[in-house]
Design a binder for this molecule. Sequence first.
Ligand code: FMN
Length: 221
Amino acid sequence: MGTDLHELLRSLRVWDPEVTALPAFDPADAPAEPLPLFTTWFAEAVAAGQTEPHTMSLATSDAEGRPDVRTVMLHGADADGWSFATHVTSRKGEQLTARPYAALGFYWPVLGRQVRVRGPVTAAPSADGQADLHARSTGALAAALTGRQSEVLVSLDELAKVSQTAWERAQREPDSPVPTWTLYHLRPLEVEFFQGDGRRQHVRLLYRRAEDTWTTQLLWP
Ligand SMILES: Cc1cc2nc3c(=O)[nH]c(=O)nc-3n(C[C@H](O)[C@H](O)[C@H](O)COP(=O)(O)O)c2cc1C
């Protein structure tokens, strides 16, 4: 029996006040820079039980300017910018080489909050990427060692074999280098905070970098 997608979609709600009590957000209390607000909102998402709050959409463009998007993990947000890691040889890695500019999207539904970040992207020195990788789990190293991300896979058997070998190596040699694994920093030029509201009076606060300082403005929802 087929699923009636439209019926399912009509039955679903966002920001249902009977399910989720959304916090109020007063932009007058917001800090002068976006990073402390991001850090606060991130900690509040964790405290509210948001699953996997450290996953984000990473949007890039190909050489022709056509957009692309996928989910990656946030590795940090600090003076270096918002950081993530991947293979420089992957599709997104090639796109970032051709057009070193990206956007990030976070959505934390338990609090009805969205954060968007845009800006130029730079690859960190290789040593930083390797150190970041080796500080992570054996599984993360094994996945990176498996390599060939975004290439055509001929069969799942091939993946199973290469993955098994990578796991064994990751356990045996936890400092194995993965030359293509790269840590990227996105330097924010714009950061937007969106607080959803049950009555649809969503609050949007946009920070824009201006030289060494930030300006803010409200946006219509
Ligand atoms: C929750 C989640 C987290 C992920 N984290 C990463 C990551 O940190 N780095 C990465 O390269 N791929 C990660 N992936 C896989 C990417 O979404 C994507 O499939 C892969 O990087 C290939 O993308 P590309 O072909 O556009 O380069 C993650 C996927 C999911 C669902």
